[in-house]
Design a protein around this ligand. Sequence first.
Ligand code: SAH
Length: 461
Amino acid sequence: MDFLPVFLDLRDHRCLVVGGGEVAERKTGLLLRAGAAVTVIAPQLCQGLRRRVADGAVTHHARRYAEGDLDGCRLAFACTDDRAVNAEVSRAAQARNIPVNVADDPALCSFIMPSIIDRSPIVAAVSTGGASPVLARLIRMRLEQLIPTTLGRLAGFTASFRDQVKARFASGRERKAFWEAVLQGPIAERVLAGQEPAARKMLEQALASSSLAVGGEVYLVGGGPGDPDLLCSRALRLMQQADVVVYDRLVSQAVLDLTRRDAERLYVGKERDRHALPQEEINALLARLAKEGKRVLRLKGGDPFIFGRGGEEIETLMEEGVPFQVVPGITAAAGCAAYAGIPLTHRDYSQACLFVTGHLKDGTADLNWTALAQPHQTVVIYMGLNALPIVCRELQGHGMPAETPIALIEKGTTPEQRVIIGTLADMPERVAGASVRAPTLIIVGEVVRLHERLAWFEPGD
Ligand code: SAH
């Protein structure tokens, strides 16, 4: 190890920043976040630093660095674009044992600045020892994705119960076991999801009862339309901690591969006209698994609340008193439209967008055709492949021009994505000859014309 990582207490301590540019501004910002009393020395300041001075956040001396500036300082940054000045500050600071950092000049530094992930009070710092600041930043980016932004809240929450837990458990071993269970269970999840009052109640209950009988919970997570990169960070985090995964047909293999490797996987898939497990049984299954103490991931394609029956599933959980949370996913309309270069709304062509289901009941699609056939809007049809001929016929029958463009997107956002473009008049025929496979999404409206200009995604194998 070339450098020792430490976390310095700078609160109310005088720190010096020499330089008035953007680098100086960044260092000043960091020092202020750590509560330091910052003095900036520079003949001129960039806009951001001027604002800091105007706000009264920093002291500014509008001149060049001078000998006495380091008096009483805990830490110094030299960030001018004049190496001689930086070297002078560095020499003077090191002569007085004041830690000094010179931006992009390791030879003049007595300490180096890490890349920082700030989830105060939790702070992670990454350093490559000066070897590659870019690499450090990339590592930081990955950590930013992994560490929930609300983790700081969890630390604060934990701190607020420390004394109570200490009083409750005599031995350190018991306390450690208790905290481990809390931090890996539904209580911590509540805090991370911003439901602190509920978490408090649960923790108080756990403290009052003799043991931490933490039950399981359900994460109703939207897995998006297929491309695993479209998952949100909370979805990914929950996917990696769940003990059981309950998923259906629409969830892509690539998304499923991101769930915890040793998690139990239960397929409850639905195929058109062939329900592997009736909805009521899925609802009951989720509640039962959670009651067994498991963290259950109910993984759905797209968004759980858009043609996903997520509402029904959580209704059962509500009734059964099982804790759960819902994580939105990118719905097929948003994903397919983006990847096909078809904006769902557009200033010139479409001021509204309707999501409807084309699922057939008794061979007909019971939709409000008059509403769907209005101009200046986009209609997105989920589950509409079988109904396509009916859709095209009815829309024309209700006044939509036969040449209205329509798109069918097959396996959107995946390497197998295919986009078929036609008009209301010729689409059924085009699709009939194209051996199309589910899932497919239909988009009707003038915006479909933009596909030709805006298509950017070129799927490959
Ligand atoms: N909850 C999901 C929709 C479930 S209904 C969501 O928000 O996306 C199932 C329908 O979604 C399919 O019949 C199809 O119309 C559409 N769909 C889902 N993923 C798709 C994809 N990758 N490409 C095209 N259509 C998709």
